[in-house]
Design a protein around this ligand. Sequence first.
Ligand code: PHE
Length: 460
Amino acid sequence: MAARGNFSSRIGFIAAAAGSAVGLGNIWGFPYEAGAGGGAIFVLVYLFFCFALCFPVMLTELAIGRKSGRNAVGAFEALGHKKWNFIGKLGVLSGVLILSFYNVIAGWAFGYTFEMAAGNFEVTEHFRAYTTNIFAVGSYGLLFMIATAYIVSKGVSEGIEKAAKVLMPSLIIMMFSLIIYSLFLPNAMAGIKFFLLPDFSKLTSTVVFNAMGQAFFSLSLGMGTFITYGSYIKKNDNLIGSAALITLTDVGIAITAGLMIFPLIGFISGGSLSGVGRGPELIFVTLPHIFGEIGPTAGAIVGMVFFLLLCFAALTSTVSLLEVPVSYVVDEFKLSRKKAAWLMSGIVYLIGIPSLMGNGYSSYFSEFITYIGADQPTDFLSFIVNIANDSFLPLGGALMVFFAVHIWKKENMEAEIAVGFENYENSWVRKYLRFVMPVLLPGTLFIIFSMIVLSTFFGF
Ligand code: PHE
């Protein structure tokens, strides 16, 4: 078997894993989902899902990965259950699909960094025109994919770990500077209140589903990211501690992103919070407009820093998305890492072209499909989001937990978790896992998966 590589230190692994988790999902997705989902109530449900449901899934993936020492597909075979490797194949497919559109959005963010630096705030009035210019945004996307492939081609410790160790601290410094800035704007507090004081009357089933999907995506779960990264860590690492640290970092950065963005919304709306676009366009339309209001020079600096940090966050995530299929081909098809990285990234880039064209350039891909019971067509990018993020990830998570407890057997999984964790026998984590893992967790994930599919595609 070709040399697989390893993380050189625990902190390097944590940086890379947290880097995978922290991404567009936290800084682009979370604030707009929270904005659309009633603010603080969404945040509350999201926090509950992250810790109660997602944390055990992350632990499961890490345990499978470390024990097997293989990629997301090969891991099932290494544990003696080759028949179940369809779960890993579903994961590789999810990774490829997610990266294909994720890279398009990262390309927009990359392009916006230059627009902001040039003080070109009007780009906001013409977001559609911007995304329609596919040669420009396609080139930014291509550069982003090349950066991703380059890091992955360098290997686990020399590429992924090194990049994360630089990108993650820079990201955090940029975020904190922006928060301090935005908190001092007039009406910042109105935004903070909306974000932090829950209004329970806004709790609906949509809020619950979206919070669940958001938690899964944001923590990079359900597609084998952590099986793959787990296969590169040392035997004596404490998996529970690592999973807790990754979850806390991810949630912490999402909340931080909210604290950075909602004061800006309070500012621009004069404290009323109304009339401000809070959908996916929040970051690409509303924010640059706000940067423009701040003033030409200050706005250019704040805007540039903001989009640069978005790119940094996205890059450590695209790296992990590419690593899942790359690790698979390297282990199972004996391809060199270099070849695998460039080959897979090229394929993924091509698969992403319809997503690139579906934002105004091509009317076919912009109005790609009309789901049963829907009155509006869905564009190609959103279609892939609905399939890969919303459906495959919770399904993958449900299957992995089911596999770990009932096929691999919970004694084996527990034995793996106990390595590196002294007092596992008497810990509350063990009690909690024993309580949720057999039925409650896979069952809940499966039900949520089914309801998402029924409501998204079939209009229930
Ligand atoms: N967690 C990343 C984000 O929040 C996205 C991601 C999903 C990365 C799945 C890897 C696997 O942006």
